[in-house]
Structures are given as structure tokens and as C-alpha cells.
Design a protein around this ligand. Structure first.
Ligand code: PLP
Length: 451
């Protein structure tokens, strides 16, 4: 069996080019071919098991090979796999739109499908700009975004983001955006509450809106957690203040809940914690339970009506992707919503999150852990060189990669963001598995910070 594992690795490395990877790393870092996934566990061809502590890049909610989602897909497969969604429609796309609109904050009335997170961001950008243009507001051509934000890798989405390792290289290709300092509470003063820090940071947003509103289509934000930006977190009050300010300045509010939607932060959607409705809500990742690529942009009726006119007015939103509203993907999403409906998922997540928090709490005393932060089912450990001054290790030392390798050797998929080690497990994890996850991370951090 070990030979079979190696055979797949060899074949892979002679033909594939992997995402988000310096391929030369694989001269040292092992490639793991997965034969089988069940619940939180992945298994390779040599029979080695790995606990998927990051939900396979934040997409998986109810485990691999989930029986409910599997059964729904088998059934749908016998009926219809896919059909063009322009001029044609199908039951899963309709039901999913109905259910998403009834579950998301009130005021969202229309569902536009795309096929991945970045595409949903592109849709929201174009929709916002085009809405204002249709109204004759041709001055509005720009977007406000937060520092340390992440919205995807396509050029429009990348322009909105601010994570240097992904963005810097492509800077000459990207549209210009207005960047406002993030409320990121890692930078709060000693003794200052998340809320106070967050409120203080809103002054910059207010100033940017006051100064630029006339040329701004929308503000885009990741509610509560900037995930790819090292799992940095802030208080829900920011969203409340932003909603009021966007209304006052006639600017759209785009909520990118691609990573935080579907129960990750403790509520079904993060926006609920601020009791706000965005003008556009972008969903993907957990939308299909981690099964198939699909995304949706939900918006208000007024925005939809801004495009509704005679064809010859040129107001229509002529955006599309080939796999828009794919029937199998919509079916996986419906089965995912069934699980939320039939099982006390959010209640159980609250218990799991509390357990995870107390299991990780002992690392607060670690000489190289500057902060443990948590929002719902996301917990992050900030690894630093000097705890008192909070200075990071030189990035070239790649301490996080040492944690990654240690975890692999100990049956765990942890994939630190730089030197930030985090847990974002599927919701079907149990308390023993959480203990294991924290133990392996702790050993990994010990090893990675030894010298
Ligand atoms: C992952 C992610 C995206 C991009 O989604 P893809 O499906 O990877 O294109 C956008 N925004 C946020 C907040 C994300 O985490």
C-alpha cells in the first residue's frame, strides 16, 4: 500500500501544478494522496489517517462522505446533472434560492448564482457599479475595502484584498481601491476591549466615506473574521456602524460571508450578530457542505429592479458562468440546509466552540503564543518570536511550515497562515478529536519555536 501511495505522488508531481504552492517545496514537503474521506478523517493509500482540522480549506461543514448529502446527490444524479440557467431553470436552483432568502437577514429578495467565491465577488462588484450606472450615477466607480482583507484571487477580487503575498506581485494589473485600516483587535491597546478598539477604528471608515462617497459604489467587508488575513477578528459593532454610515452616504454594503457563513461564527450568518442586512451577501465554501463549487450573491429587490427594463435600454446584468446554478451543487446545498434544519447544529457548535476554547486555553502561557483568539468555530494562535514586544519571526524562517509538517507526521491536517496556527474543523468533530488537535498543535508549536 505504501508503494501505491508513492506511485500516486510520483505521477502527481510529474503532471500537476498545485494551487497556492511553490512546487519546489515538494522536494521536501510530502504530497499526500487521499483515497478516502469519512467524517473529520482523511486516509491515504498507505492507510495513514489525517484529521482535517481546517475543513479542507474551510469548505467542509458536516464531514467527508456525509450520508445525507451523499444520498441527495445520488438521487439528483438520476434526474439532472446540469442545464443552462439562462432561459431554463430547475427545482434545486429554485428551492435553494427560496431557502437561502428565508434564512438570511430580512430584506434580501433575489439570488444570483455563480460557481465559486471569487466569481461571487466579481458579481457583487459589477452589480453594485452597474446599479449606480443604471440610475445615472456615473461618478460611482470605486470601492472601499479594509486592510488585511481577502476576497479571492481573480483580478477584481484580488484588487479588493490586501494580503501582500497574494496581491503584491500582480499590483500593476489591479484596479485602484480605497483602503481603510482594519478594526483587527490584535492591535488593541493593553486592557482595551474588542468593542472599544473596534469603535475607535471606525473613525477612519467614516472619514473615508465622508471624503469619497460620491465616487464610491460599495464598501466590501468580511464580517467578524478576516480569515485569510491570519484569522484576525473584531467586534460586531463595526458592522452596525458601517450599515448606518453606508445608508447615510448612499453606498452599498457588500458582506463577504464566503468563509464565515453557515454557522462558522456561532450564528448561521455573521451579519446576524450585528443585526444588519447587507445590500449584497456573498456565499460559497460551506454553501454545499464542502462538496461542489457553487456561490450565490443575494441582494435586495430595489437593486434587482434597477436592472429591470426593456432590453434595448442596456440595463440588463449580462454576467454569467457556464456552471452557474449547477443542479448537483444546488442539491448538495439543499441537503446541507436540511442538516441545519433537522439537527441542532448551532447549539452543538456552541458546545464544541466552548470545548475548543478551554482545551486551547493552556497555551496562553506559552512563551511564543502572543494571543489566542476565537470567534465561534474558528480559533487562532498567534506565534511570535518575542511575546512581550509581539514581534513576528522573520517570515523566511517559515515556522508555521514546521507546524504543518509536524502535524502531518502526527495524523493531522493543520495549515497555518504564515505563523498563525488555527483550527477550523468540520462541525462533526468530537471532544477527543479536539483534544488530539490541540495536543498536536501544541507539540508542533513547541518544536517550531525551540531555537
Ligand atoms: C475563499 C474566500 C474567497 C474566494 O473564494 P474561492 O472559492 O476560493 O474563489 C473570497 N472571500 C473570502 C472571505 C474567502 O475566504
Amino acid at each position: 500500500m505504501a508503494d501505491q501511495n508513492q506511485a500516486y505522488v510520483d505521477r502527481d508531481l510529474s503532471v500537476l501544478w498545485h494551487p497556492c504552492t511553490q512546487m519546489k517545496d515538494h522536494e521536501q514537503v510530502p504530497m499526500i494522496p487521499i483515497r478516502h474521506g469519512h467524517g473529520v478523517w482523511l486516509e491515504d493509500y498507505a492507510g495513514r489517517r489525517y484529521l482535517d482540522a481546517i475543513s479542507s480549506w474551510w469548505v467542509n461543514l458536516f464531514g467527508h462522505s456525509n450520508p445525507v448529502i451523499n444520498a441527495a446527490l445520488h438521487e439528483q444524479l438520476e434526474r439532472l446533472e446540469h442545464v443552462i440557467l439562462a432561459g431554463f431553470t430547475h427545482e434545486p436552483a429554485i428551492s435553494l434560492a427560496e431557502r437561502l432568502l428565508s434564512l438570511t437577514p430580512t430584506g434580501l429578495a433575489r439570488c444570483f448564482y455563480a460557481d465559486n467565491g471569487s466569481s461571487a465577488i466579481e458579481v457583487a462588484l459589477k452589480m453594485s457599479y452597474h446599479y449606480w450606472k443604471n440610475r445615472g450615477d456615473t461618478q460611482k466607480t470605486r470601492f472601499i475595502t479594509l486592510t488585511n482583507s481577502y476576497h479571492g484571487e481573480t483580478l477584481g477580487a484580488l484588487a479588493l484584498g490586501d494580503v501582500a503575498i497574494y496581491k503584491q506581485t500582480y499590483a500593476p494589473l489591479l484596479m485602484d481601491v480605497i483602503s481603510v485600516p482594519s478594526p483587527d483587535c490584535y492591535y488593541r491597546d493593553e486592557g482595551e476591549s474588542w468593542r472599544d478598539h473596534t469603535i475607535k477604528r471606525f473613525a477612519d471608515m467614516e472619514a473615508a466615506l465622508t471624503r469619497h462617497a460620491g465616487e464610491i459604489c460599495a464598501v466590501i467587508i468580511e464580517p467578524l473574521v478576516q480569515c485569510a488575513g491570519s484569522m484576525r477578528m473584531y467586534d460586531p459593532i463595526y458592522l452596525k456602524l458601517l450599515r448606518v454610515a453606508c445608508d447615510r452616504h448612499h453606498v452599498h454594503l457588500i458582506a463577504d460571508e464566503i468563509a464565515v457563513g453557515f454557522g462558522r461564527t456561532g450564528t448561521l450568518f455573521a451579519c446576524e450578530q450585528a443585526d444588519i442586512t447587507p445590500d449584497m451577501l456573498c456565499l460559497s465554501k460551506g454553501l454545499t457542505g464542502g462538496y461542489l463549487p457553487l456561490s450565490a450573491v443575494l441582494t435586495r429587490e430595489e437593486i434587482y429592479q434597477g436592472f429591470y427594463d426593456e432590453y434595448t435600454t442596456g440595463k440588463a446584468f449580462l454576467h454569467s458562468h457556464s456552471y452557474t446554478g449547477n443542479a448537483l451543487a444546488c442539491t448538495a446545498a439543499l441537503a446541507t440546509l436540511d442538516i441545519f434544519e433537522k439537527q441542532p447544529v448551532l447549539e452543538r457548535n456552541r458546545e464544541l466552540a466552548a470545548y475548543m476554547g478551554s482545551a486551547a486555553a493552556r497555551m496562553a502561557g506559552h512563551p511564543h503564543v502572543a494571543e489566542i483568539r476565537q470567534t465561534g468555530m474558528i480559533l487562532a494562535l498567534e506565534i511570535v518570536q518575542d511575546k512581550r514586544r509581539r514581534t513576528a519571526y522573520p517570515w523566511q524562517q517559515r515556522r508555521g511550515l514546521r507546524v504543518y509538517r509536524h502535524a502531518l507526521e502526527n495524523g493531522m491536517l493543520l495549515r497555518p497562515l504564515g505563523d498563525v496556527v488555527y483550527f477550523m474543523p468540520p462541525y462533526v468533530i468530537n471532544s477527543e478529536e479536539i483534544d488530539l488537535m490541540v495536543d498536536v498543535a501544541e507539540q508542533g508549536i513547541d518544536l517550531a519555536t525551540m531555537d
